[in-house]
Ligand binder design. Structure first.
Ligand SMILES: NC(=O)c1ccc[n+]([C@@H]2O[C@H](COP(=O)([O-])OP(=O)(O)OC[C@H]3O[C@@H](n4cnc5c(N)ncnc54)[C@H](OP(=O)(O)O)[C@@H]3O)[C@@H](O)[C@H]2O)c1
Length: 245
């Protein structure tokens, strides 16, 4: 590996798992783009925390479901930092409830952000991530578990896993690896909002390690996948769920 500073874009990095990934990659020495869609103040807090730890980061707004916005995100990153070496497609949304109750609006929103958004990132990444780089997608451990209430969300992530494995084969000749991390329940707004404390306790009880995941548990895996050490890991989905499934 050269000593040249590398650049990582993390989508949906203004809070939760994405924020932990951004902070971790900055600690690893990457120039880091903290992408967000709605709440600039949260993204700026992540940037400030990185700067306070002597890292270099930039908050950039882009709705990942908009292909032009994703192209602009790469454009602005390259203008600021020169190249894109690592792309983490982390931005995601969910709803919780039986399939029979899913509204058309929620269905289309989940498809737009989780599936189209990740596709937009992967397509731009496939065109612009530098040779030897990394594309890392966020899936879910619900695949393999299939718990009720998560049908559309899980379907979007199953599609992300399929694209992950195929893009890995397409980009191998440029030494770009494409992998996914599939977390179990992690204590973020996405998990905790809309679920009762009793349901969260039941989920926790199902985890052999006896606790919910923390965003840093996932950031450590992304850190490995983004590093030179993971060079021969390609087209894989790494599940991290405390042994729940
Ligand atoms: N938490 C879990 O238990 C869990 C488990 C398995 C997988 N995951 C996956 O891990 C990823 C992160 O989840 P999380 O729990 O950290 O969620 P979170 O706390 O709700 O954070 C979501 C992030 O995504 C951003 N975002 C939402 N829509 C966006 C869009 N259209 N364009 C760009 N950014 C957007 C949000 O920023 P704004 O508010 O500014 O838009 C926020 O920074 C997701 O892909 C999720 O599916 C989470």
């Amino acid at each position: 590996m050269s000593n040249e500073t590398k650049t990582a874009i993390v989508t949906g990095a203004s809070r939760g798992i994405g924020a932990a990934i951004a902070r971790r990659l900055a600690t690893d020495g990457f120039h880091t783009v903290v992408n967000y869609a709605a709440i600039a103040a949260q993204a700026e807090e992540v940037v400030a925390a990185i700067a306070a730890a002597s890292g270099r980061a930039l908050a950039l707004r882009a709705d990942v479901s908009d292909p032009q916005a994703v192209a602009d995100l790469f454009e602005r990153t390259e203008a600021e930092f020169g190249t894109v070496d690592v792309l983490v497609n982390n931005a995601g949304v969910t709803t919780f409830g039986p399939l029979s109750d899913v509204s058309d609006e929620d269905y289309h929103r989940l498809i737009a952000v989780n599936l189209t958004g990740t596709f937009n990132g992967m397509r731009e990444g496939a065109r612009r991530v530098r040779e030897g780089g990394r594309i890392i997608n966020l899936s879910t451990s619900i695949i393999g578990h299939y718990s009720p209430g998560n049908a559309v969300y899980t379907a979007t992530k199953a599609a992300v896993e399929a694209m992950t494995r195929i893009l890995a084969k397409e980009l191998g000749s440029r030494r770009i690896t494409v992998n996914a991390v599939a977390p179990g329940p992690v204590a973020t707004e996405l998990l905790l909002a809309g679920r009762s404390p009793e349901l969260i306790q039941r989920l926790t009880n199902e985890i052999p390690l006896g606790r919910l995941g923390q965003p840093e548990d996932i950031a450590r895996i992304v850190s490995f996948l983004a590093s030179a050490e993971s060079g021969w890991v390609n087209g894989q989905v790494i599940r991290a769920n405390g042994g729940r499934n």
